[in-house]
Design a protein around this ligand. Sequence first.
Ligand code: CA
Length: 227
Amino acid sequence: MRILIVEDEPKTGDYLKQGLVEAGFVVDLVRDGHGGLHQALTEGFDLVVLDVMLPGIDGWAVLRGIRKAGKETPVLFLTARDDVDDRVKGLELGADDYLVKPFAFSELLARVRTLLRRGPRTAEAEFLHTGDLELDLMRRRATRAGRRIELTSKEFALLELLLSRQGEVLPRSLIASQVWDMNFDSDTNVIEVAMRRLRVKLDDNFEPKLIRTVRGMGYVLENPDCS
Ligand code: CA
């Protein structure tokens, strides 16, 4: 698997490259936006790790260029700001995931592996489903057994995360950072409350039950076709 890293900070770039090489990937490191875009368009990569603040053209322009060329290579962007607008912008421009600096390398590696497993973006990626549950990502609509389920935007984001990683136990810390943009704080029960509401809407009137709590670990959305 080939990965392109576009990162101008020498330390971060070298550290990422070394870590990914040790994890068994073939890695190219480019330190500016123009070079990054050129490389992404002319060579075949399975994934791009893209810093946002870059000399030359920024990460957004690189991302736009990649998608404009019709390339569906998964893109994981790195942002220095824990800013919802940044995150939304990246995802709207066609990025697949993001990490806020500073992050642990293990977290980056986990995201990279998930994106590679998922493969290139396809038209079907506009819908996520499991069993009789379907999430329409463009229209922001959820249905189960053909019945519309009204969700708040947080519940939708939560369900989108669970569905995109169905079968995986998602720790509360990951849910907190992905859906609430916050670091996990054990004093807050915001995740439990949202999860309880989501389960009422999703599972109360339907079988089989899809969301399961894994005690001490987190939550998993079961794939009924696999059980
Ligand atoms: Ca930078």
